[in-house]
Design a binder for this molecule. Structure first.
Ligand code: CP
Length: 354
């Protein structure tokens, strides 16, 4: 009985931030042709698709999210290989949840030593075998190169679910999907400058794959952001070169070092991450940046975090309106449902259904 009472008190409080998929669904006009570039594609980088294709992907995700019980069979008869060789709570389980929700079957590998890799088998040979067993592969690996090594032999799509320090494209897609649900008007290329949002990212782009992928996907929609402030204490020359590449694409990136306190009250979105995986371990960055209920956020600001969190994101923000990080994680399931549907040629089972 005591346990049940505890479960009831953990229901989502009204003040916590949330996203409204129906508004985004109404804002983006359906155009199935713009989903064609996703069919049978490998998902390697956050900036490999056009704005039009991403918006249609977000629309399909919103369609799933607006009516989660409606679609339970689009992936019936399809098989996913879920290969995660680095710890994961959200990415692995949300991909598997997405595939299950759409009626597909899954083979899951969480330890590479249970495969022929332990006997020296190459990833290209493992990929050759996957062609016979499944319709799609999701891979997270500690090594950046693994993705390309496996891709060599694959004739089915592979999704990069985090390759070392390099990229985490579907995390960035889920992050932007959350931002567009929060402010659907940001999708408009003609948005007046004073209606664009100012975002602060606490993180290190050349060491954190989530931050690098986030900046890459932002650079496809530079008109949505008045400023992208980067806060970290680790800026170096490699970082500057990377930042310049985003500026060249029209993103107004400002290196603001440790001056978060100076800017926070003007930021519409605060995105924070503190850890980066390196091999079989992780490093922590920005230990002086901590968000909590005393942080002087703008009245209607939102806080995003790819999670897992450390002490940089206090749990005392969980029950506040600033908390959009749980909605961000929840929305990732629908974003991944949409992506998987398109990759394995099953969008036809969904698009015409109202
Ligand atoms: N956001 C994210 O990549 O979380 P996991 O490491 O739990 O997959």
């Amino acid at each position: 009985m005591e346990d049940q009472a505890h479960i009831r008190t953990r229901e989502k409080p009204d003040v916590q931030g949330d996203a409204h998929p129906k508004q985004l669904l109404r804002t983006i006009i359906e155009d199935g042709d713009n989903l064609l570039p996703l069919e049978h594609q490998h998902i390697l980088h956050a900036d490999q698709f056009s704005a039009e294709t991403l918006l249609q992907l977000f629309r399909l995700a919103a369609k799933y999210e607006a009516n989660p019980e409606r679609f339970s069979t689009p992936l019936q008869g399809k098989i996913l290989v879920s290969a995660f060789y680095e710890p994961s709570t959200r990415t692995r389980l949300s991909f598997e949840s997405a595939w299950h929700r759409l009626g597909g079957d899954i083979m899951s590998i969480t330890d590479r030593s249970t495969t022929g890799i332990a006997k020296g088998e190459s990833l290209a040979d493992v990929g050759e075998m996957f062609n016979n067993y499944a319709d799609c592969v999701v891979l997270r690996d500690t090594r950046q190169e693994s993705l390309m090594e496996m891709r060599e032999s694959l004739r089915i799509p592979i999704i990069n679910a985090g390759n070392g320090l390099d990229e985490h494209p579907t995390q960035a897609m889920a992050d932007l999907y959350t931002i567009f649900k929060w402010r659907p008007e940001l999708i408009k290329k003609s948005l007046p400058k004073d209606e664009r949002v100012s975002i602060g990212i606490i993180g290190v782009p050349d060491k954190m794959r989530t931050v690098r992928s986030l900046l890459k996907i932002f650079s496809i929609f530079p008109h949505a952001f008045s400023h992208v402030y980067l806060f970290n204490e680790e800026a170096d020359e490699a970082n500057e070169e990377l930042i310049q590449s985003f500026r060249d694409r029209g993103l107004n990136v400002v290196q603001a070092g440790s001056k978060f306190d100076k800017h926070v009250s003007n930021l519409d979105v605060v995105y924070i991450n503190a850890i980066a995986w390196t091999g079989d371990d992780f490093e922590t960055f920005g230990t002086n940046f901590v968000l909590n209920k005393d942080t002087p956020f703008k009245e209607d600001a939102i806080v995003l975090h790819p999670l897992a969190r450390g002490h940089e994101l206090s749990t005392d923000l969980d029950d506040t309106r600033f908390n959009w990080y749980f909605a961000q994680a929840r929305g990732a399931v629908f974003l991944r449902m949409a992506l998987l549907t398109c990759l394995v040629h099953r969008k036809g089972r969904v698009l015409d259904v109202v």
